[in-house]
Design a protein around this ligand. Structure first.
Ligand code: FAD
Length: 430
């Protein structure tokens, strides 16, 4: 990444953006292009570290069916204005204008280079080119509202600005610099904050057999249940690792797993290994498979239906010794096996927590901000964007698109307030 920490030359700005993630950089870019003087404060020594991660080079920035319906929180329609104002077409145009082409891959949109670094660097360079000063290694310690704007205390001195954008993200993945400080500042300013919890994260189960299958993956329908009630359902890849179940389907369910939820009663995860088939079809397939291979070991016969390693574990779960031949299975054992193929139940004990989470739920209550400008309803000049807000999605790229869209909306609203365009400033990009 090209940006180096530099010392602030002036501490008074039209706008201070707290946090150099995608939401903050986008707001900074739009405001700087309109001629506002902008400082972006970041405590990491490089900006946009999470953005550059993009699931270690394979992640996407959005999806074809992006919609506010994917974003969850306390107010279902909250994200609709931002995602309409800065929709997928606008996102693609925006990155094309930065010479980053986005390509589609099975409904997901990612940089053609398949690297998050390119998109992150392009955004940083564009913000700097527009005149925003990015001050890295600058840890924000405190934020105060004043009659004429905001005072921001940092480890590299104090800043003052008429406008402040809080873009400090959620506390997930602290290895990349994430903190809870944004929520502390928001509370200090009088905003309501819903307690943050990890989301988009792997789950541990009481049963240990899934952890004997590291590296195995299955396309599943996964359901999270509590006392017979469906909490959430998702379809997609489930990856077995040595300590947890991970993957998109698990991530999508994980926001509902926390200590409080587990204390309310047993949370169970139910896996259907044949989401595209009816129960009857699976039963008949098993019946035929076992009927045709009566002299084979049970896992070898089942190898035709699912990976052998998983077949061994499902046999054990059905009280079948994996060394038994098919012709030795009782009717009840066959029935148990049939049930496990479409409804394997596991007891969830905990999530992998903040250090493994790719998202958070909770954050600044969305009723605190205007959904078109992301300006606080109670404190003029204050904007809150990105993952600091109490919205979360079943997949990381929806959070990312929302972070960029909310930053774009806030920056565009601030640009509209710019008294007059300064010489050389460019029109806001979209
Ligand atoms: C491991 C991982 C993989 C991911 N993969 C993908 C993916 O494949 N595709 C995708 O679209 N999204 C992915 N995401 C999600 C994506 O990174 C986020 O949606 C996005 O970064 C949120 O942007 P933001 O601007 O709201 O917050 P952030 O990007 O978190 O930015 C907040 C910034 O504030 C800084 N900060 C925090 N506290 C302070 C402080 N006190 N002082 C100064 N600075 C501070 C942080 O260092 C950070 O740079 C992934 C996230 C993680 C953690």
């Amino acid at each position: 990444m090209p940006v180096k920490a530099d010392r602030p030359d002036s501490r008074s700005f039209d706008l201070v953006v707290a946090g150099a993630g995608p939401s903050g950089l986008m707001a900074a870019l739009q405001a700087a292009q309109a001629g506002l003087s902008v400082a972006v404060l970041e405590h990491n020594s490089l900006p946009a570290r999470k953005f550059a991660m993009l699931r270690r080079g394979q992640g996407s920035l959005s999806r074809s069916d992006i919609s506010h319906e994917h974003l969850r929180g306390r107010h279902e329609r909250f994200a609709s204005d931002a995602l309409e104002a800065f929709d997928l077409a606008a996102l693609r145009r925006f990155f094309r204008s930065l010479e980053v082409e986005l390509i589609e891959d099975e409904g997901r949109w990612l940089p053609a280079s398949k690297s998050g670094v390119d998109a992150a660097v392009a955004l940083v360079v564009a913000a700097e080119h527009a005149g925003a000063k990015i001050h890295c290694d600058t840890n924000i310690l405190r934020v105060n509202a004043k009659p004429d704007g905001f005072d921001v205390q940092t480890t590299r001195g104090d800043y003052h600005a008429r406008h402040l954008v809080l873009a400090l993200g959620g506390p997930h993945f602290p290895q990349l610099g994430a903190t809870e400080s944004g929520f502390r500042f928001a509370r200090h300013l009088g905003l309501a904050v819903e307690p943050p919890r990890p989301a988009l994260v792997g789950l541990r189960t009481r049963e240990i057999w899934p952890f004997r299958l590291p590296g195995l993956w299955m396309e599943c329908r996964a359901r999270l249940m509590q006392e017979g009630r469906l909490l959430r359902e998702a379809e997609g890849l489930v990856l077995f690792t040595a300590g947890a179940l991970v993957g998109p389907a698990i991530a999508a369910l994980s926001r509902d797993v926390d200590e409080e939820a587990c204390a309310r009663g047993e949370v169970s995860l139910r896996l259907n290994f044949y989401p595209e088939l009816g129960l009857e079809d699976v039963a008949q397939w098993l019946f035929r498979t076992l009927g045709q291979h009566t002299r084979m070991l049970a896992p070898d016969a089942l190898d035709r239906m699912l990976p052998r390693r998983l077949a061994v574990e499902l046999c054990r779960a059905a009280d079948i010794n994996p060394r038994w031949r098919v012709n030795r299975l009782s009717e009840s054992q066959r029935k148990r096996l049939e049930g496990l193929l479409t409804d394997t139940g596991l007891t969830v004990t905990e999530s992998l927590g903040w250090r493994a989470a790719e998202g958070s739920r909770g954050g600044v209550n969305v009723r605190e901000v205007n959904p078109r400008t992301f300006e606080s309803r109670s404190i003029a000049g204050l904007h809150v964007v990105g993952e600091m807000l109490d919205v979360d999605a079943p997949s990381a790229e929806v959070n990312m698109h929302f972070a960029l869209a909310s930053g774009w909306c806030a920056g565009t609203a601030l640009a509209a307030k710019a008294p007059r365009k300064r010489k050389g400033a460019k029109a806001p990009r979209r």
